[in-house]
Design a protein around this ligand. Sequence first.
Ligand code: DOR
Ligand code: ZN
Length: 427
Amino acid sequence: MTKLALNNVRPYGEDVTSILIDVEDGVIDSIGDNPFDDADETIDCGGNVLLPGLVDMHVHLREPGREDTETIATGSDAAAKGGFTAVFTMANTNPVIDQPFLAEAVWEKGQTYGKCDVYPVGSITKGLEGKSLTEIGLMARSGVRMFSDDGKCVNDPQLMRRAIEYAKAHDVILAQHAEDHRMTEGAVAHEGEQAARLGLRGWPRVAEESIVARDAIMTRDYGGRYHLCHASTEGTVELLRFAKAQGINVTAEVTPHHLLLTDEMLSTYDGLFRVNPPLREKRDAEALKQALLDGTVDVIATDHAPHGSEDKCVEFEHAKPGMLGLETSMAIVHRVFVESGLADWRFVAKVMSERPAEILRLEDQGRPIAVGEPANLTLIDPQDTWTAKGKDMASKASNTPYEGIEFNARVVGTWLRGTQTYSAKKA
Ligand code: DOR
Ligand code: ZN
């Protein structure tokens, strides 16, 4: 039996302890006050913070179709480096993940590579065309837990109603990218003073909020488990609060970039800052922060969206929307919540691991750090200053909006079922 000791760790940033892992079974074997000295492998973790492996409900790994920008393998490397042990990759690939065999291929590639559990998201409509529903039941039977047309909104209300009903019947999550496309035609930036100043076509808050309101009412009346992708406005927060107060079964995510960045970044017209939904104003970011703190928004999801430089280093209007997220998210959450004193590491574990695992019903993720539990773990050094650089990313793409920004917390190790999938040190 192979044993790995993680000595001198602080689970959830609390008291120092040592953890012994049974590597073959991939579970935590024992936890003790003293370091384990007789393990097959021993790592002195230097009092660093240990969290359950992070879970990201929303990434784009671009395989199949755009393997020049990311693959399941490079995306898994980026995920492991970011501290993630499970990710859900969206269906807007080419071909679109709209049939069971395509979903199964994504899962199997991820498992063969072995760095991260890569769960496929199935599309709600065939080819993401918003015209007819996919075989939600067949995909659900092949293991798909979440359905989304992300990148696009299911605008047609009748189609959305049917999707909600099917999703309910098969007990799967329906994740909506809320955007009234009619209201965002040609829009590239948040509709406000900044877009007006820069001469950019504006994307109003109501384009998101009107869909959130409609979907909340539909979920009230037709049931099921509804999840809102990348909430971005103050009004969306109010609507979510209203829906939850009514007992409507909605959950929501916010991205690290909508918490940290605002449309002020757009003044250089740098395509790196183009994203859907767009970066909003300070009051939106503040409302989203509060919503995450009080549970109105449930989780952080990165919306990791790799693009090649040919699609990002162009005029703002022509840049493809999307930014990398997997390798910077923990550092941003640390900056916004832990460093600022707004929250502790228990909170980080909740919004980046436990809640997403719970929403997706992953039995082996987001579990307590306790004996007998799966050894899906992330080790974080909260005092290791580093500078984000696109060229240093494990991701195949380099479109990070945080180029040159210094962060203080860094993932130094990740374990998936007891096997190390990332180490900051080559030791
Ligand atoms: O900015 C975005 N990029 N938002 C989306 O909804 C889709 C994503 C992508 O696929 O690049
Ligand atoms: Zn989206």
